[in-house]
Design a protein around this ligand. Structure first.
Ligand SMILES: Nc1ncnc2c1ncn2[C@@H]1O[C@H](COP(=O)(O)OP(=O)(O)OP(=O)(O)O)[C@@H](O)[C@H]1O
Ligand SMILES: [Mg+2]
Length: 211
Protein backbone atom coordinates (compact mmCIF):
# COMPACT_ATOMS: atom_id res chain seq x y z
CA UNK A 1 0.00 0.00 0.00
CA UNK A 2 1.28 3.42 -0.91
CA UNK A 3 1.70 6.07 1.74
CA UNK A 4 -0.78 8.85 0.96
CA UNK A 5 -0.04 12.49 1.81
CA UNK A 6 -2.84 14.97 1.10
CA UNK A 7 -2.68 18.75 0.84
CA UNK A 8 -5.99 20.43 1.66
CA UNK A 9 -7.44 23.85 2.52
CA UNK A 10 -10.68 25.75 2.31
CA UNK A 11 -8.83 28.88 1.24
CA UNK A 12 -7.49 28.99 -2.28
CA UNK A 13 -3.92 29.85 -3.19
CA UNK A 14 -2.34 28.88 0.13
CA UNK A 15 0.33 26.61 -1.39
CA UNK A 16 -1.20 23.13 -1.74
CA UNK A 17 0.08 22.59 -5.28
CA UNK A 18 3.40 24.24 -4.46
CA UNK A 19 4.09 21.88 -1.54
CA UNK A 20 2.65 18.82 -3.30
CA UNK A 21 5.11 19.31 -6.15
CA UNK A 22 8.05 19.88 -3.82
CA UNK A 23 7.24 16.78 -1.77
CA UNK A 24 6.88 14.68 -4.91
CA UNK A 25 10.12 16.05 -6.34
CA UNK A 26 12.16 15.37 -3.20
CA UNK A 27 10.63 11.92 -2.69
CA UNK A 28 11.44 11.03 -6.30
CA UNK A 29 14.99 12.35 -5.87
CA UNK A 30 15.44 10.05 -2.87
CA UNK A 31 14.47 7.05 -4.98
CA UNK A 32 10.80 6.58 -4.06
CA UNK A 33 8.26 5.92 -6.79
CA UNK A 34 5.77 8.76 -6.45
CA UNK A 35 2.73 10.18 -8.18
CA UNK A 36 0.89 13.46 -7.73
CA UNK A 37 -2.87 12.92 -7.83
CA UNK A 38 -4.30 16.26 -8.98
CA UNK A 39 -7.85 16.37 -7.62
CA UNK A 40 -8.43 19.93 -8.78
CA UNK A 41 -9.99 18.87 -12.07
CA UNK A 42 -11.09 22.46 -12.81
CA UNK A 43 -7.57 23.87 -12.71
CA UNK A 44 -5.28 20.85 -13.15
CA UNK A 45 -2.32 22.94 -12.03
CA UNK A 46 -0.09 20.04 -11.07
CA UNK A 47 -0.81 18.24 -14.33
CA UNK A 48 0.11 21.40 -16.29
CA UNK A 49 3.30 21.78 -14.25
CA UNK A 50 4.16 18.14 -14.93
CA UNK A 51 3.83 18.74 -18.70
CA UNK A 52 6.11 21.78 -18.56
CA UNK A 53 8.61 19.77 -16.50
CA UNK A 54 8.55 16.89 -19.01
CA UNK A 55 8.95 19.25 -21.97
CA UNK A 56 11.97 20.85 -20.32
CA UNK A 57 13.40 17.38 -19.54
CA UNK A 58 13.93 18.20 -15.85
CA UNK A 59 15.12 15.28 -13.73
CA UNK A 60 13.89 13.54 -11.72
CA UNK A 61 10.66 12.90 -13.59
CA UNK A 62 7.68 13.47 -11.30
CA UNK A 63 4.47 11.78 -12.44
CA UNK A 64 1.15 13.61 -12.15
CA UNK A 65 -2.34 12.59 -13.14
CA UNK A 66 -5.81 14.11 -12.75
CA UNK A 67 -8.42 12.16 -10.79
CA UNK A 68 -12.07 12.97 -10.12
CA UNK A 69 -12.04 11.79 -6.50
CA UNK A 70 -9.78 10.48 -3.75
CA UNK A 71 -11.29 7.02 -4.26
CA UNK A 72 -10.21 7.00 -7.89
CA UNK A 73 -6.74 8.20 -6.99
CA UNK A 74 -6.38 5.46 -4.35
CA UNK A 75 -7.13 2.77 -6.92
CA UNK A 76 -4.00 3.85 -8.77
CA UNK A 77 -1.91 4.22 -5.61
CA UNK A 78 -0.73 0.65 -5.22
CA UNK A 79 1.80 1.01 -8.02
CA UNK A 80 3.65 3.70 -6.02
CA UNK A 81 5.50 4.12 -2.73
CA UNK A 82 3.99 7.56 -2.23
CA UNK A 83 0.81 9.15 -3.54
CA UNK A 84 0.67 12.93 -3.10
CA UNK A 85 -2.86 14.30 -3.27
CA UNK A 86 -3.10 17.91 -4.46
CA UNK A 87 -6.57 18.80 -3.24
CA UNK A 88 -9.03 21.41 -4.51
CA UNK A 89 -9.98 24.42 -2.35
CA UNK A 90 -13.47 25.15 -1.02
CA UNK A 91 -15.00 21.68 -1.03
CA UNK A 92 -15.72 20.37 2.47
CA UNK A 93 -17.14 17.01 1.39
CA UNK A 94 -14.25 16.24 -0.94
CA UNK A 95 -11.78 17.40 1.71
CA UNK A 96 -13.18 14.93 4.25
CA UNK A 97 -13.03 12.09 1.73
CA UNK A 98 -9.44 13.03 0.90
CA UNK A 99 -8.50 13.23 4.59
CA UNK A 100 -10.00 9.81 5.30
CA UNK A 101 -7.81 8.25 2.63
CA UNK A 102 -4.57 9.93 3.72
CA UNK A 103 -1.85 8.78 6.11
CA UNK A 104 -1.05 12.45 6.69
CA UNK A 105 -3.10 15.58 5.89
CA UNK A 106 -1.12 18.79 5.42
CA UNK A 107 -2.77 22.20 5.40
CA UNK A 108 -0.60 25.09 4.20
CA UNK A 109 -1.46 28.45 5.75
CA UNK A 110 -0.27 32.02 5.78
CA UNK A 111 0.55 33.84 9.01
CA UNK A 112 -2.22 36.43 9.27
CA UNK A 113 -5.15 35.89 11.60
CA UNK A 114 -7.35 35.99 8.51
CA UNK A 115 -5.50 32.90 7.31
CA UNK A 116 -4.99 31.17 10.65
CA UNK A 117 -8.58 31.30 11.92
CA UNK A 118 -10.22 29.47 8.99
CA UNK A 119 -7.27 27.08 8.81
CA UNK A 120 -7.81 26.02 12.44
CA UNK A 121 -11.57 25.76 11.87
CA UNK A 122 -10.91 23.44 8.95
CA UNK A 123 -8.83 21.05 11.07
CA UNK A 124 -11.35 21.24 13.95
CA UNK A 125 -14.00 20.11 11.44
CA UNK A 126 -11.88 17.21 10.21
CA UNK A 127 -11.10 16.06 13.75
CA UNK A 128 -14.78 16.34 14.70
CA UNK A 129 -15.56 14.16 11.68
CA UNK A 130 -13.21 11.48 13.01
CA UNK A 131 -9.79 12.22 11.51
CA UNK A 132 -7.17 11.56 14.26
CA UNK A 133 -5.44 14.77 15.31
CA UNK A 134 -2.00 13.07 14.89
CA UNK A 135 -2.76 12.68 11.20
CA UNK A 136 -3.12 16.40 10.46
CA UNK A 137 -0.39 19.03 10.39
CA UNK A 138 0.16 22.59 9.25
CA UNK A 139 2.81 23.98 6.88
CA UNK A 140 3.59 27.69 7.13
CA UNK A 141 3.79 29.49 3.78
CA UNK A 142 4.36 33.04 2.51
CA UNK A 143 6.20 33.99 5.70
CA UNK A 144 7.92 37.37 5.95
CA UNK A 145 10.02 37.30 9.10
CA UNK A 146 11.19 34.90 11.82
CA UNK A 147 8.93 36.71 14.30
CA UNK A 148 5.93 36.22 12.03
CA UNK A 149 6.75 32.52 11.68
CA UNK A 150 7.11 32.09 15.45
CA UNK A 151 3.80 33.82 16.22
CA UNK A 152 1.89 31.76 13.64
CA UNK A 153 3.47 28.53 14.89
CA UNK A 154 2.46 29.37 18.47
CA UNK A 155 -1.11 30.15 17.43
CA UNK A 156 -1.49 26.80 15.63
CA UNK A 157 0.17 24.79 18.40
CA UNK A 158 -2.04 26.43 21.03
CA UNK A 159 -5.02 25.38 18.92
CA UNK A 160 -3.81 21.80 19.38
CA UNK A 161 -2.05 21.03 16.11
CA UNK A 162 1.46 20.18 14.99
CA UNK A 163 3.28 22.44 12.55
CA UNK A 164 6.05 21.25 10.22
CA UNK A 165 9.51 22.56 11.06
CA UNK A 166 10.66 25.36 8.82
CA UNK A 167 8.49 27.35 6.43
CA UNK A 168 8.33 28.81 2.95
CA UNK A 169 9.13 32.49 2.84
CA UNK A 170 7.31 34.68 0.31
CA UNK A 171 9.62 35.04 -2.73
CA UNK A 172 9.03 35.68 -6.45
CA UNK A 173 11.78 33.11 -7.17
CA UNK A 174 9.45 30.37 -5.92
CA UNK A 175 6.92 31.40 -8.57
CA UNK A 176 9.56 31.70 -11.29
CA UNK A 177 10.80 28.18 -10.54
CA UNK A 178 7.31 26.72 -10.74
CA UNK A 179 6.56 28.61 -13.96
CA UNK A 180 9.36 26.62 -15.58
CA UNK A 181 8.37 23.19 -14.25
CA UNK A 182 10.64 23.27 -11.23
CA UNK A 183 9.82 22.75 -7.57
CA UNK A 184 10.46 25.31 -4.81
CA UNK A 185 13.53 23.23 -3.90
CA UNK A 186 14.92 23.85 -7.40
CA UNK A 187 15.11 27.65 -7.67
CA UNK A 188 18.27 29.47 -8.82
CA UNK A 189 19.02 30.40 -5.20
CA UNK A 190 20.73 27.84 -2.99
CA UNK A 191 19.51 29.50 0.22
CA UNK A 192 15.87 29.41 -0.86
CA UNK A 193 16.23 25.79 -1.98
CA UNK A 194 17.70 24.82 1.38
CA UNK A 195 14.88 26.53 3.29
CA UNK A 196 12.22 24.81 1.19
CA UNK A 197 14.05 21.49 1.46
CA UNK A 198 14.18 21.55 5.27
CA UNK A 199 10.38 21.94 5.40
CA UNK A 200 9.93 19.10 2.91
CA UNK A 201 12.41 16.85 4.69
CA UNK A 202 10.50 17.28 7.96
CA UNK A 203 7.39 16.22 6.07
CA UNK A 204 9.17 13.19 4.59
CA UNK A 205 10.40 12.24 8.10
CA UNK A 206 6.84 12.46 9.44
CA UNK A 207 5.49 10.36 6.59
CA UNK A 208 8.15 7.73 7.12
CA UNK A 209 7.17 7.54 10.82
CA UNK A 210 3.55 7.06 9.83
CA UNK A 211 4.32 4.64 7.04
N1 LIG B 1 6.18 31.04 -0.70
C1 LIG B 1 5.76 31.55 -1.85
N2 LIG B 1 6.33 32.64 -2.40
C2 LIG B 1 5.90 33.14 -3.57
N3 LIG B 1 4.88 32.63 -4.28
C3 LIG B 1 4.24 31.56 -3.77
C4 LIG B 1 4.64 30.95 -2.56
N4 LIG B 1 3.82 29.89 -2.33
C5 LIG B 1 2.97 29.83 -3.35
N5 LIG B 1 3.20 30.83 -4.23
C6 LIG B 1 2.47 31.12 -5.47
O1 LIG B 1 1.13 31.40 -5.11
C7 LIG B 1 0.22 30.85 -6.04
C8 LIG B 1 -0.73 29.89 -5.31
O2 LIG B 1 0.03 28.78 -4.85
P1 LIG B 1 -0.51 27.30 -5.08
O3 LIG B 1 -0.99 27.15 -6.47
O4 LIG B 1 0.52 26.37 -4.59
O5 LIG B 1 -1.74 27.31 -4.07
P2 LIG B 1 -2.96 26.29 -4.00
O6 LIG B 1 -3.31 26.18 -2.56
O7 LIG B 1 -2.63 25.04 -4.72
O8 LIG B 1 -4.09 27.10 -4.79
P3 LIG B 1 -5.53 26.57 -5.29
O9 LIG B 1 -6.39 26.61 -4.06
O10 LIG B 1 -5.93 27.54 -6.32
O11 LIG B 1 -5.32 25.17 -5.79
C9 LIG B 1 1.07 30.20 -7.12
O12 LIG B 1 1.25 31.12 -8.16
C10 LIG B 1 2.38 29.94 -6.42
O13 LIG B 1 3.48 29.95 -7.32
MG1 LIG C 1 -3.67 24.07 -6.28
Amino acid sequence: MATVVAFVSQKGGVGKSTLARALAREAAASGLSVKIADLDTQQGTSVDWHRIRLAAAIEPVVAAEAFGSAAQALKAADAFDLLVIDGPARTSAATLEIARSASLVVQPTGASLDDLRPAVREFHALVKAGIPVERVTFALNRIGTDAEEAAARLYLEEAGYSVLMGCLVERPAYRTAQNSGRAVTETRFAGLNARADSLIQDLIDKVTDHG
